[in-house]
Design a protein around this ligand. Structure first.
Ligand SMILES: [Cu+2]
Length: 226
């Protein structure tokens, strides 16, 4: 653990960069889920459907894995409409606004309280259908459904129960996208390490005998410092 500690001290003194603004554009989720917990999840609506249209409707499609949903009324959109299936589970939450802003300059935040599935190290993709209106009355629609790279769904990474400091986990399924650890200081798997902090990542690259951790195999044991 000597090397880990050295890297930790260096990481703690390094400036933590704010995440790129781009990640919060579109319709996205700025949060991470805590496996098996009930939690308020924010849905960030970064802009209208194009540069000139204000958002009028946001339809959040609930992934089948989420079996408990309560929707918070919004100051802008009021109380949403909840659509349920035959099993009475919420499949869709639709927020509709009657007043349309003349220009696209507002930012909207919507909130659902959900039971986060107990599936740590996975991610839940939420399809969001956004409808907008221009000042001229012309309507627009954008589906954030992953049909192409420019329209990703809103992704909620699910983290295991964790504590500040070192955590030891056994990863049940392979992880290809290590951005799930973006709020960790460092992740170790054997002699390989990952950090979302560019300064720590540089230290990892420069350290002899340590390789960059790019993916994690199923059933690996990892050490994560939060
Ligand atoms: Cu965007």
């Amino acid at each position: 653990m000597k090397l880990q500690n050295a890297l930790h001290v260096a990481a703690a003194t390094a400036l933590t960069l704010a995440p790129a603004l781009d990640a919060y554009a579109h319709a996205s989720i700025p949060d991470k889920g805590n496996a098996g917990k009930t939690q308020v999840i924010n849905f960030s609506i970064g802009h209208g459907c194009d540069d000139e249209s204000d958002t009028t409707t946001v339809e959040i499609q609930v992934p089948a894995e989420v079996t408990s949903v309560r929707a918070a009324p919004s100051a802008d959109f009021g109380a949403p409409v909840l659509t349920r299936n035959d099993a009475k589970l919420v499949t869709k939450v639709t927020y509709t606004k009657t007043r349309t802003n003349a220009v696209d300059e507002l930012y909207y935040l919507l909130q659902l309280r959900i039971a986060v599935p107990n599936t740590p190290f996975t991610a839940l993709d939420w399809v969001i259908i956004q409808r907008c209106k221009k000042a001229t009355g012309e309507e627009r629609m954008v589906a954030w459904d992953g049909a192409d790279a420019d329209h990703p769904p809103a992704r909620l990474p699910i983290l295991p129960a964790r504590s500040a400091g070192w955590n030891k986990f056994t990863v049940p399924t392979a992880i290809d996208d290590l951005s799930i650890f973006s709020d960790a200081e460092i992740v170790w798997s054997g002699d390989s390490a990952y950090s979302g902090n560019p300064t720590t990542a540089e230290l990892i690259a420069d350290e002899e005998g340590v390789s960059a951790l790019e993916s994690i195999e199923a059933n690996s044991e990892i050490w994560v410092k939060y």
